[in-house]
Design a protein around this ligand. Sequence first.
Ligand code: NAP
Ligand code: GLV
Length: 308
Amino acid sequence: MNMRVSFCCADTHAQPWLDGLRAALPQAQVSLWKSGDAAADYGVVWVPPQAFFDQQPQLKAAFNIGAGVDALLRLRVAPTTRLVRLDDAGMAAQMAEYVCHALLRFYRDFDAYAQQQTQALWLQRKVPDRAEVPVGIMGLGVLGEHVARAVAALDFPVNGWSRSAKQIEGVRSFAGNDQLNAFLAASKVLVCLMPLTADTRDLLNRNTLSQLQRGAYLINVARGAQLVEEDLLALLENGHMAGATLDVFRTEPLPADHAFWKHPKVVVTPHISARTLRAQSIRQIAGKLLAMERGEAVAGLVDSAAGY
Ligand code: NAP
Ligand code: GLV
């Protein structure tokens, strides 16, 4: 098989990826893309420049080395090039760790204990009944479902919201815009795990967040543009929201003078809730690429019309 694979990933140290892809696909010529390159069969990409797709319209598929494809879908891509996202590849376990950590930190008041320690203050705080802390997961896809199951395993009541209704043990399913208000009203902790699309941009705003139960907590691990940041700040100010753990922001890196950095009720992390794991991702991409060559169906094809 004389197959060419072109690697074009912004902000990524290329050499280990090239080495890994060459080892996983010994039958392929794998190269780092540069303008003017010969036509390739497949692309492995992360936020490539438009020129990549303009010069490679013959690609059979482009494999995104992340789960979210919002940046990819902003580009013009030939209709014959299939877009494939990473599905899980080690991200679901990381997401579950991150969300459970943030949830328990809030629920068990660990920030208050850290503060008390600075004053040598021995004070035992009330543990609320879990029934009073229902967790709502927005997005029940590859990552959201795994997170929902992990939170349910900790015995919290779990609500899930998605476009289509789901049957997941321990999760009360809400679906579509008609059930959004009921989902929000039934939730105190809100976890955002939706893809960024025209429908989900700015969806976490004063109106929606106000419908959460009072003293609500937000965990955003999806995309920054889904949250209207000033609306969250206003709701933290008036006490409706108790706090937030934010991993993603409208501008990344988060500017040094942004209010979130020093806000006493906000925990900031630098877009690390679920990192791309190179070895697992290469294994998944190589497996799917070879399946496509054999004419087999693969999981994780992007539906450009739906936007994810
Ligand atoms: P996924 O498998 O595509 O699942 C998306 C889920 O969102 C699905 O359940 C889908 O509903 C639901 N959804 C989409 N649009 C909706 C809408 N308008 N209303 C209600 N529900 C909607 O995605 P995933 O792999 O779980 O990843 C989710 C997102 O996490 C990614 O798109 C990415 O932005 C983000 N992410 C962040 C990090 C990080 O480090 N911070 C890492 C990885 C991923 P249906 O099931 O009905 O289709
Ligand atoms: C990271 O944010 C991803 O979408 O994989």
